[in-house]
Design a protein around this ligand. Structure first.
Ligand SMILES: Nc1ncnc2c1ncn2[C@@H]1O[C@H](COP(=O)(O)OP(=O)(O)OP(=O)(O)O)[C@@H](O)[C@H]1O
Ligand SMILES: Cc1ncc(CO)c(N)n1
Ligand SMILES: [Mg+2]
Length: 716
């Protein structure tokens, strides 16, 4: 079997001292030891069997367990239910052939070797008898007083180069040998005193592990479904693993026919082929983490559980996928029970709120209750749970990491990002977490790092322009930006994009009874005057907001432009209003005597909050709809798009209609669009997102403003 030998602990009862062997092993495995060898020369066989039973419980499938020399004890411990994976034999110990025969083809059998004669003997054995060699000693050591002459790093290198089998370096290995031995071809480090005698074996093991893996990408396997549109499933996983610094692999559980709009079909290939895929990977490649996604049905789950039972990867992240972002089912409802059996194999489970409800067996009432449910689940299955708040209503998208066995809980707050591109966020997040945990990050660090990456990728998703539904995130957005690959849009693209973003609002404006009646001249005087009185109030403060834009502008050209626009609003447009509202008096107090309607107050509150937040770019984005929507409407009214009467001089509101089709106003709008689009194109993604949001919100206020006059003022 292809065992992970990277960090190999050999026990020594004397060095473990009062802490004891079992507790030392438990802590060292927590820190990343992948294989434990029980070595106790003085113990009787019966004592060895007892110790193997205890160690097997303490390790709980998180690392391999072998025993030095005592083949019969290994067999007896297995008979008592202990999980003993194999033996390590010395040259003078029991025969490796007998061990293979007794323990079976999946057992891990190691053999001590350090001379050319030993190598020759190994080569003479039938293939598959021995899995790896323990090669040493590297340095003189007290834990093996009868050791042969030390090989040193160079001696080890020569031996490993000649060996057909993986070689573990053993004997006097300390943490500072990590890099040299890895470079000399070691499949792993066997450590005795450096871990047994450590004050904190967990921390020491983690340190070894970090140094052993430093500079190498962790090897991450995704076991999941395929999404041919590339946003979710294994396609998302591979991108996420790569973006987070891992080497990605994928075993496919099911094929889906889906895109950003939904799932059209699911095909589950026969599970023997799933098993063949899994074994093809694990027989050859040491896995640093496994991420599990879509499992489709109970038989698939059973196949994965059986494989995990044998391979036991060091990190397992389970995303309990049940329903796609689009609402389509990805797990047979009858398989939910089977999924529970998989939970105990996971180190981290990442349910969304709906999945948490299924796994916890109750529907949480709110976010604090979801954390309580996650606590119950975490305690029940002995794994960490990351509850995801992506589907919460409101402006926040928090996640929370619950680790009941260690009594830890941490919340990660974050404002919701306004985007439709959320397809595959769950897949992407769990793969990022698997990759980061495999690098040796602790869970809170991994969650914080994965979330920061995810948020950047969410913000840039729209720029990919993939699909008409809920599009993907941009997995490599950060990498592209840092690599100097310019993914920023041009001003022309921003202009086209933003216009498209508000297309629903524009259509809604066109369809308003107010606009229709205004165009065909049937609009009663009362709602029209209501509209003008509100617009007068609006323009007075809009002019102040434009003056603030002038104050914040960094070029004199823009300063002059906004100042001029402010002047135009308070003088030009208002004169027109006053001519209707207070014909004999011109602009004066009476022009502003109306009580502001809720739509007016809401719009102005929005503009003022952006204006006095002090961000120039966001501010000019917020004032743009008032230019753009009116110019567009004015042009189309004039062009006869709403009926020929709108361009007739006898139209009751002809003077009003003419103002907004005016060539000078159109030119001002063109420049305003250019300033805003240029600023947005140059902005960081985060700021560009805020600008778009301010623009969309103002557009929505324009719609509400146009709707208000006829809410309570029927068309005549
Ligand atoms: N609009 C958003 N803004 C910020 N973060 C978000 C947003 N939507 C989702 N997230 C984050 O994305 C991650 C996935 O959460 P979510 O609850 O959407 O999972 P999911 O339903 O499993 O996803 P999927 O639909 O891809 O399976 C979480 O970290 C969540 O906080
Ligand atoms: C294949 C696959 N896995 C997971 C999800 C969850 O979003 C999806 N939509 N498709
Ligand atoms: Mg999900």
């Amino acid at each position: 079997m292809n065992a992970d030998l990277s960090l190999y602990l050999v026990t020594d009862p004397a060095l473990c001292g009062a802490r004891g062997v079992v507790e030392t092993v438990r802590q060292a495995v927590d820190g990343g030891v992948r294989i434990v060898q029980l070595r106790d020369k003085a113990a009787t066989d019966a004592e060895i069997v007892d110790q193997l039973v205890d160690l097997s419980h303490a390790i709980d499938g998180r690392a391999l367990l072998v025993v030095n020399d005592r083949l019969d004890a290994a067999i007896a411990a297995r008979e008592r239910g202990a999980r003993v994976d194999g033996v390590h034999l010395g040259q003078g110990d029991a025969s490796v052939l007998r061990a293979r025969e007794a323990l079976g083809p999946d057992a891990v059998i190691g053999l001590t070797a350090n001379s050319p004669a030993h190598l020759e003997a190994v080569l003479a054995l039938p293939p598959g008898t021995v899995d790896h060699l323990g090669v040493g000693v590297i340095r003189p050591t007290l834990t093996k007083p009868d050791h042969p002459p030390a090989l040193g790093i160079e001696g080890f290198r020569a031996f490993a180069a000649a060996s057909p089998l993986p070689c573990v370096a053993i004997g006097g290995v300390g943490i500072d040998d990590t890099e040299a031995l890895r470079e000399a071809g070691a499949a792993g480090l066997a450590v005795v005193s450096a871990l047994c005698a450590a004050d904190d074996p967990r921390r020491e093991a983690a340190q070894f592990r970090r140094r052993w893996h430093a500079g190498a990408a962790p090897r991450i396997l995704s076991i999941a479904g395929s999404d041919p549109s590339g946003g979710a499933g294994i396609q998302a996983d591979l991108k996420s693993i790569a973006a987070n610094g891992g080497y990605g692999m994928a075993v496919i559980t099911a094929l889906t026919a889906q895109n950003t709009e939904g799932v059209r079909g699911v095909h589950v290939p026969p599970t023997d082929f799933l098993q063949a895929q899994l074994e093809a990977v694990s027989d050859d490649i040491t896995l640093d983490a496994v991420k599990i996604g879509m499992l489709a049905d109970a038989e698939v789950i059973r196949t994965v559980v059986a494989w995990l039972d044998v391979v036991r990867p060091p990190v397992v992240v389970l995303d309990p996928v049940m329903v796609a972002t689009s609402g389509d089912r990805l797990l047979d409802p009858e398989a939910e029970g089977e999924l529970r059996r998989l939970l105990r194999h996971a180190d981290l489970i990442t349910p969304n709120l709906a999945e948490l409800a299924v796994l916890a067996g109750r529907v949480p009432t709110d976010w604090p209750d979801a954390l309580a449910a996650a606590e119950e689940l975490s305690a029940d299955v002995g794994a960490m749970v990351l509850v995801k708040g992506g589907h919460l209503p409101g402006d926040e998208a928090p996640d929370a990491l619950i680790d009941a066995p260690r009594g830890r809980r941490q919340e990660f707050a974050g404002a919701r990002i306004t985007t439709r591109n959320t397809h595959g966020t769950g897949c992407s997040l769990s793969s990022a977490l698997a990759t980061r945990l495999a690098k040796g990050e602790d869970a809170p660090t991994a969650v914080a790092g994965a979330r920061a990456w995810l948020r950047e990728s969410l913000r840039e998703g729209e720029a990919l322009r993939v699909g008409r539904g809920q599009g993907p995130i941009s997995h490599f957005a950060g990498l592209w930006a840092r690599g100097g690959l310019d993914t920023r849009p041009t001003a022309a693209v921003v202009e086209a994009d933003w216009w498209r973003q508000i297309s629903a609002t524009r259509t809604a404006i066109d369809e308003l009874p107010f606009i229709r009646a205004l165009a065909d001249g049937t609009l009663a005087r009362e709602p029209f005057l209501f509209y003008l009185a509100q617009d007068a109030l609006y323009l007075r403060d809009y002019a102040r907001v434009l003056a603030e834009a002038a104050r914040l502008a960094s070029t004199s050209e823009e300063q002059a432009f906004w100042a001029n626009s402010a002047h135009g609003s308070i003088v030009g447009e208002l004169e027109l209003h006053a001519a209707w509202l207070t014909p004999s008096q011109g602009v004066g107090a009476a022009t502003f005597s109306a009580r502001p309607a809720p739509a007016t107050t809401a719009y102005l509150d929005h503009l003022r909050s952006v204006a006095f937040g002090g961000d120039y770019e966001e501010l000019i984005a917020a004032v743009l709809p008032c230019f753009w929507l009116y110019t567009d409407l004015g042009r189309r009214l004039h062009a006869g798009e709403f009926g020929a009467y709108a361009r007739d001089p006898r139209h009751p509101y002809a003077s009003w209609l003419a103002t907004y089709a005016d060539a000078a106003f159109e030119e001002a709008t063109r420049r305003a669009i250019e300033f805003v689009a240029t600023a947005a194109a140059a902005a960081e993604p985060e700021k560009r997102g805020r600008m778009l949001r301010a623009f969309e919100v103002s557009s929505a206020h324009e719609l509400a403003f146009f709707a208000a006059p006829l809410e309570g003022h029927p068309v005549v």
